[in-house]
Each structure stands twice: as structure tokens, then as C-alpha cells.
Design a binder for this molecule. Structure first.
Ligand code: IMP
Ligand code: MG
Length: 179
């Protein structure tokens, strides 16, 4: 499969404006609280970097990485850590930062794992809430954009590790090789 065309879905300016609003919402909710903000690598790296610059509660920052099995554009139910959190979560509020919630398997796995570490609360900020293929119910506490479906790239999101560097988000028109 290859990408034949890229169509702008959210440009850099729209993303920056929305991320700033999300930062303020998060500041209001956690004012005066101890917060650990956890980035789900790799896709959330750019969103995370921009979001945390709006936070004013001096959060602790950490990173996780998971491997999920499935095709290049979809996740099935098997998810495992390839990098766990390093900061102790016991008694702290935890905010998980994810690029996209699609089937919900990745977030479901992470929530179960992190809940077992004794966090005081566990919430989710996702840049894009994509509902069409949801297989596991997931509560998105802070959603950047809601998208019915489609496959998107840019602003951290990849197709086969490419397009992550793009400052905007694009819908990828994918067609089978030779089509
Ligand atoms: P889920 O486990 O199906 O919810 O999938 C979550 C992961 O799949 C995200 O963290 C993304 O890395 C990837 N993903 C899902 N949809 C897209 C997309 O449209 N573009 C790029 N990556 C996606
Ligand atoms: Mg990905």
C-alpha cells in the first residue's frame, strides 16, 4: 500500500489553538495538585511537547511505549509495554497523553496497567477521538478533535514511520500498490 494524496484536515494554526485550550482546561482541573503527565510514544510526541508547554502545575513528565499487533493501519486486542513508566504513580494524579483513540485497545491496556500502580486518578487527553472503529469503550476526558473515520498522518502520526514531521494533520488517501 502507498499514500497517493494528502488532504489537510487540521492545519498547524488550528492545532495550536486547540492544544492551548486543552492546556487551560487541564490547568483548571488540576490546579494545586500533583500531576504526572505520561506520553504514549511515538505518535503523541509532538502533541505532548506542545501541550505540556501550556501546563502551569509543574507536572512530572514520563513516557511509555507499547507494541500492538495488527495491520499497519489498525490495532487488534494484543498490546504490551516496550517501555514502562519510570516515575512512581502511587497517590498522584496521572494524565495519559495519546495521539489517537481508534479501536480503544491501546488506551484500555494502558489504563488497566496504570490503574494497578495506585494512582489517585487516571485521565486521558487524546488529540483525536476517532469513533468509527471503537471496539472497547474508552472515556476521553480531554479530546482535541473528534473525527468520524479515515486514516490521518502528520503532527506525530505516521504511516510506516513517515509523515510524523509534518506540522499539520492530513487525511491519507491510501491505495493498494498497482491500483
Ligand atoms: P487503538 O489501539 O486502535 O485505539 O489505536 C491507537 C493507535 O493506533 C494510535 O496510538 C495510533 O498510533 C494508531 N492509529 C490509529 N488510527 C490512526 C490514524 O488514523 N493514523 C495514524 N495512526 C493511527
Ligand atoms: Mg502509530
Amino acid at each position: 500500500m502507498k499514500i497517493n494524496d494528502l488532504k489537510v484536515v487540521y492545519d498547524a494554526q488550528a492545532i495550536a489553538a486547540r492544544v492551548a485550550e486543552m492546556g487551560q482546561e487541564i490547568n483548571r482541573l488540576y490546579a494545586g495538585e500533583e500531576l504526572v503527565v505520561v506520553c504514549v510514544l511515538k505518535g503523541a510526541f509532538m502533541f505532548f511537547a506542545d501541550l505540556v508547554r501550556h501546563l502551569d502545575m509543574r507536572p512530572e513528565l514520563d513516557f511509555v511505549r507499547v507494541a500492538s499487533y495488527g495491520s499497519s493501519t489498525s490495532t487488534c486486542g494484543t498490546v504490551s509495554f516496550t517501555k514502562d513508566v519510570e516515575v512512581p504513580l502511587q497517590g498522584k494524579h496521572v494524565l495519559l497523553v495519546e495521539d489517537i483513540v481508534d479501536t480503544g485497545h491501546t488506551v484500555d491496556f494502558l489504563f488497566r496497567q496504570l490503574a494497578a500502580r495506585g494512582a489517585k486518578s487516571l485521565r486521558l487527553a487524546a488529540l483525536v477521538d476517532k469513533q468509527e472503529r471503537r471496539a472497547v469503550p474508552v472515556r476521553v476526558d480531554f479530546a482535541g478533535f473528534a473525527l468520524p473515520g479515515g486514516f490521518i498522518v502528520g503532527y506525530g502520526l505516521d504511516y510506516a514511520e513517515r509523515y510524523r514531521e509534518l506540522p499539520g494533520i492530513y487525511e491519507a488517501v491510501i491505495e493498494p500498490e498497482g491500483a
